[in-house]
Ligand binder design. Structure first.
Ligand code: PGA
Length: 258
């Protein structure tokens, strides 16, 4: 299976820092053996798409989109237009969208549907808060997020399931410097595979072991090798450490440490 290094730039970067990133990235791209994806702010998407076309070896997506394709939805970003513009993927359900913008599992299901219908990859994010972890609710929360977000209507088919990735991002680990232990990550990821195998219809069941599972939450050059070496981890979703080309290089060069 491939290994994905996905950068979530959140609401960061300027035209200048983007140019600088790509100047540096073009020098190191040949050394990177993993699949590298970046999600900039949507307004920067066309610029990154152009720079990535010149540089090669990198796929560009976005951090969110509307569940509607077009119409009177001021300020929203249409999945139809994203497809038109050549977006490779959309991150759906990041915890900042869930918490700050009150996105529910039901809405996220609609968004996943809209992304898949428009033939883009979707990175569906799930994860528990600190409070939920303390109350031992991690498995319950994750089950609900997957069952409602991915299975509340029959959305996944032979034709689109290959475009789904799931990112487990414990909310307490995002931007905090706290990282889940490899054994915690391994056990949650195994649990995700079990939930998938129960929820998927017979014809798609083998995908329970094939859907790429990413870990996110304070991934850095000095912990990525251990995380990539964890069972059932097929890549990482990285915020802060993806903003600078040098850090990104270190992430891209990492070898799983067993
Ligand atoms: P972080 O963010 O790497 O800065 O913790 C990860 C994310 O929010 O996807």
């Amino acid at each position: 299976m491939k290994t994905y290094i996905v950068g979530n730039w959140k609401m960061n970067q300027t035209l200048e820092s983007i140019q600088e990133f790509f100047v540096q990235f073009s020098k190191i791209k040949m050394e990177i053996s993993h699949d590298v994806w970046i999600a900039p702010q949507s307004i920067h998407f066309p610029i990154l798409k152009e720079l990535a076309f010149t540089t090669g070896n990198i796929q560009i997506g976005v951090q969110n989109c509307s569940d509607k394709e077009q119409g009177a939805y001021t300020g929203e970003i249409s999945p139809l237009s994203l497809k038109d513009m050549g977006a490779h993927f959309v991150i759906v359900g990041h915890s900042e969208r869930r918490q700050i913008f009150a996105e529910t599992n039901a809405l996220l299901h609609q968004k996943c549907q809209a992304v898949l219908k428009n033939d883009m990859n979707v990175i569906f994010c799930i994860g528990e808060t600190q409070e939920e972890k303390t109350l031992n609710l991690t498995t319950k929360i994750i089950k609900e997020q997957i069952e409602v977000g991915l299975f509340s209507s029959p959305m996944l088919t032979e034709a689109n399931i290959g475009q789904l990735l799931i990112a487990y991002e414990p909310v307490w680990a995002i931007g905090t410097g706290l990282v889940a232990t490899p054994s915690d990550i391994a056990s949650v990821h195994e649990h995700i595979r079990q939930i998938l195998s129960e929820a998927l219809p017979e014809s798609l069941k083998q995908w329970a072991w094939e859907i790429p599972l990413l870990y996110g939450g304070s991934v850095k050059p000095d912990n990525i090798a251990e995380i990539l070496g964890t069972p059932n981890v097929n890549g990482v979703l990285v915020g802060g450490a993806s903003l600078k080309a040098q850090d990104f290089k270190a992430l891209g060069l990492a070898r799983p440490y067993a």
